[in-house]
Write a protein that binds this ligand. Structure first.
Ligand SMILES: CC(C)(COP(=O)(O)OP(=O)(O)OC[C@H]1O[C@@H](n2cnc3c(N)ncnc32)[C@H](O)[C@@H]1OP(=O)(O)O)[C@@H](O)C(=O)NCCC(=O)NCCS
Length: 259
């Protein structure tokens, strides 16, 4: 098993988080590809884990922290580490050391690039992207926002700990209408799915809903709103973890429309 840089051959597979078998992934559209094409010359790095049969089982994506939803500089930020864990498609590659190997390869890479440290996110609960997994690999919790933990591994004695960008968004509502606001930047296919579902669901309510998309692929915008990936129905933030189903999004909208 080894970690390799992303190749042209595997690019489409990376755009769908290695889930080329998933019907749900098709709902994500081409936002990831657009985001990748913007970021590839800005220091974005992607590595894949390949097993002894040359099968891709995992991926890690990291970039200069200056582009992340974090207040920090001179570090790299792990947007995503994912070892395919479903039985479907390519199968379950977890618990074979791929995660550990990808993290090690990424850390060595950014050290060689002169970064002062690596920063990651995780959640405090024991599922999805667990903060505890990074802790096991020497990362320390430096900040937290409603269960979203920011973790840090400094490589240099003068490295300054990072902080989350603070939430500031207060939705502007239009009287007599329901306002739905979707923040997204294309990086995460899970949120791209939420964006597409929300857009489609909002259409079902015609002019009763005003739908806003705010693209957060810009640090100034992230700072202004204090948001990166989220969906608001009126003043309520409805995204809190893995992607919401179309049914749940539509139900949330219907509740407000019928009020
Ligand atoms: C976190 C994650 C990357 C770890 O991947 P992994 O390849 O399973 O990780 P590791 O290499 O660290 O191995 C995990 C466990 O398998 C064990 N293991 C490693 N190699 C092994 C082997 N050859 N045989 C048996 N066990 C092994 C490790 O000791 C470790 O055990 P522990 O959990 O008791 O410490 C993976 O679980 C994952 O992708 N989770 C979901 C994250 C997610 O949602 N990402 C998307 C974010 S948007």
């Amino acid at each position: 098993m080894k970690a390799i840089d992303l190749t042209d051959e595997h690019r489409q597979l990376y755009f769908v988080c290695l889930e080329d078998w998933s019907e749900e992934m098709k709902e994500a559209g081409n936002h990831k590809e657009i985001w990748y094409n913007k970021m590839k010359d800005k220091g974005l790095r992607v590595k894949l884990a390949i097993d002894e049969n040359e099968q891709v089982g995992g991926m890690i994506e990291y970039m200069p922290i200056e582009y992340a939803f974090v207040q920090s500089s001179d570090h790299y930020f792990i947007n995503c580490i994912w070892v395919h864990g479903y039985k479907k498609g390519r199968g379950n590659f977890q618990k074979r050391g791929m995660g550990k190997a990808l993290l090690k390869a990424a850390e060595e890479d950014v050290k060689a690039l002169g970064a002062k440290g690596m920063v990651a996110w995780g959640i405090s609960l024991p599922f999805w992207m667990k903060a505890s997994w990074f802790k096991k690999h020497g990362y320390k919790k430096v900040d937290s926002n409603k269960g979203m933990v920011l973790l840090w591994k400094p490589f240099s004695s003068d490295a300054v700990p990072p902080k989350w960008i603070k939430k500031k968004y207060i939705p502007e509502l239009t009287p007599g209408k329901v306002t739905v606001t979707c923040f997204f930047n294309g990086q995460c296919p899970a949120y791209n799915i939420v964006h597409e579902r929300a857009k489609k669901a909002a259409k079902e309510f015609g002019d009763k809903i005003i739908f806003h998309t705010i693209n957060t692929n810009d640090k100034e915008i992230m700072h202004r709103y204090g948001e990166k990936d989220s969906l608001y129905i009126e003043t309520k933030k409805v995204t809190k973890g893995p992607p919401l189903s179309y049914k749940k999004i539509k139900r949330g909208m219907a509740k407000r429309v019928n009020k």
